[in-house]
Design a protein around this ligand. Structure first.
Ligand SMILES: Nc1ncnc2c1ncn2[C@@H]1O[C@H](COP(=O)(O)OP(=O)(O)OP(=O)(O)O)[C@@H](O)[C@H]1O
Length: 277
């Protein structure tokens, strides 16, 4: 169980996350939605301690993780893997090495610096890449892969950490619809098959509805919705996004019909990544 108790984060006078109290049971798949600036990224970053809370407490399995230091903090960050919109791979490094770097906190500096890894670790990295359908790219440099493939490598790197929780910060925001589906399905499979808790920020409401069993809606730092996909009515969506922001919640034309809203892609077609063959 992950517990956030009255968690607040301020940047100067700006309250990015405002008195949030939620509990996430082990193995849940949670989507966090909200307009730009609602506090979604800040919330996730506080959970794995990329940034500190201003007030309140975050606990995992009964341990207060908001005050951990040193090795204990590194252990928590290993248990709580993070995936980013821009993949954050080392572009000039091959795919397997990128995945092996997921073990950074569990390996000696020497192994990391010289890129020397035990055979069993390499085999496990390849197995994870196979599971995610990108093993044929194992020897290529990360920069040679498409965005969708890079995100799957980033997920593989997260799995290499053997995390208990995966936090994904807008993992599909840079992907075309087809790759977005593949990446969301991969996260869903990991959640179901391995029982890993997944908390993911999503720009689009329908993606959250399709893949997440629980949806948390944020507005101006506060949680204004917390429920299942079926409870996310148009009225609830209006509370989260405001009347003006509602259309922004619908990205891909394929799914923007459910609330009878105009279809509006977030990115022009020229920016969408070419689909793999
Ligand atoms: N390092 C920072 N310094 C100052 N203000 C910040 C910082 N990080 C976030 N903020 C502010 O906190 C608020 C919440 O930002 P956050 O990035 O968490 O929102 P978000 O919901 O993830 O938005 P987006 O969907 O655009 O990523 C915003 O007003 C933002 O400008």
């Amino acid at each position: 169980m992950l517990q956030l108790d009255k968690v607040t984060r301020r940047f100067g006078t700006k309250v990015a996350v405002d008195n949030v109290t939620i509990e996430v049971p082990e193995g849940q798949m949670v989507g966090v939605i909200g307009a730009s600036g609602a506090g979604k990224s800040t919330l996730l970053r506080m959970i794995n301690r990329l940034i500190d809370t201003t007030e309140g407490e975050i606990a995992f399995a009964g341990t207060n993780v908001s005050t951990l230091k040193g090795q204990k903090l590194r252990n928590w960050q290993r248990d709580c893997a993070m995936i980013f919109q821009q993949f954050n791979l080392v572009q000039r490094l091959d795919v397997v090495s990128n995945v092996l770097h997921g073990m950074l906190n569990g390996r000696s500096t020497l192994a990391t610096v010289f890129n020397v890894w035990p055979r069993q670790d390499i085999e496990r990295a390849v197995e994870i890449l196979e599971r995610l359908g990108v093993a044929e790219n194992a020897a290529k440099r990360a920069e040679a892969l498409s965005g969708g493939q890079q995100q799957r490598v980033a997920i593989a790197r997260a799995l290499m950490q053997q995390p208990k929780v995966i936090l994904a910060d807008e993992p599909i925001a840079s992907l075309d619809p087809r790759n977005a589906q593949i990446v969301m399905q991969a996260l869903r499979d990991i959640n179901r098959d391995d029982g890993i808790t997944v908390i993911t920020n999503l720009h689009t409401l329908d993606t959250a509805r399709t893949y997440c069993e629980r949806i948390i809606g944020m507005q101006a730092g506060k949680v204004v919705f917390d429920g299942g996909p079926d409870e996310l009515t148009e009225a609830a969506a209006r509370d989260i996004y405001g009347a003006d922001g509602l259309a922004e919640a619908f990205s891909e034309a394929t799914t923007s019909t459910s609330l009878g809203l105009p279809q509006r892609p977030r990115k022009p077609a020229s920016e969408l990544e070419a689909m793999p063959a």
